[in-house]
Design a protein around this ligand. Structure first.
Ligand code: SF4
Length: 223
């Protein structure tokens, strides 16, 4: 009986899970404020180990002082540190931001590259940041796996992976490509609002009947 249950859960109705997440979070969207690929790139670099809300507080003044990559490229990291101090790790972030903008100015004609290879060649830009910029600034389907996406997708059974890389691969396999970008936002919203790390609010969760973690917990309680 237990085996049968496991098999049923393994064949998770991904479409239904996605529909449920869409119903619960119809307002899902990027929470970083930006008006251009440049602004999104810088905001995403700043958001490491920092809340989007805090990043949104500092970026208006930063972008007013340095409106384009070529402006930022001329700055010294110490000059931008005062703008971003409250985002944490400001020393490293300032160095990466200036270095990335110098690369953009010198190697990409002052425009943020619209492809993964170019983005990942910039200082401070890993796969996750590249995915965020590709999907939200350039409309390229991508799934950025952050801590929320990793936790929620593995709890739900949309993925069964131990690493971020494998989770991304499985999500790309299990979710239709035209939903990759919005699914990323659904999973983040769900992680922030409902399926928190320590105290998931399963009673409020619209996909609990489809959730592998919830099913496993119920099985344990029933024993
Ligand atoms: S049922 Fe609970 S564990 Fe599963 S996704 Fe919902 S909140 Fe998270």
């Amino acid at each position: 009986m237990k085996k049968q249950k496991e098999n049923e859960m393994r064949e998770a109705p991904y479409e239904l899970i996605l529909e449920g997440l869409a119903s619960q979070h119809p307002d899902a969207k990027p929470e970083l404020d930006f008006t251009s690929p440049y602004e999104l790139l810088i905001a995403t670099i700043l958001s490491a180990q920092c809340t989007d809300k805090q990043v949104n507080k500092v970026t208006p003044a930063l972008f007013a002082a340095y409106p384009a990559p070529c402006d930022m490229a001329k700055a010294e990291p110490e000059e931008i540190e005062p703008y971003i101090r409250s985002c944490g790790f400001y020393h490293n972030k300032a160095k990466n931001i200036v270095s990335a903008c110098r690369d953009i100015a010198e190697r990409f004609g002052g425009e943020v590259p619209d492809n993964r290879e170019g983005l990942e060649s910039l200082a401070g830009v890993g796969r996750k940041t590249a995915n965020v910029v590709l999907s939200n600034a350039f409309g390229v389907p991508a799934i950025a796996v952050d801590t929320h996406v990793f936790r929620v997708s593995n709890r739900l059974g949309l993925a069964s992976a131990k690493t971020v890389e494998e989770t991304e691969r499985q999500l790309m396999r299990n979710i239709p490509e035209d939903k990759w970008s919005i699914a990323h936002h659904w999973l983040i919203f769900h992680g922030r609002r409902v399926c928190s790390a320590q105290r998931p609010k399963c009673a409020e969760c619209m996909v609990r009947e489809l959730c592998r973690e919830y099913s496993n917990r119920k099985d344990k309680e029933d024993k």
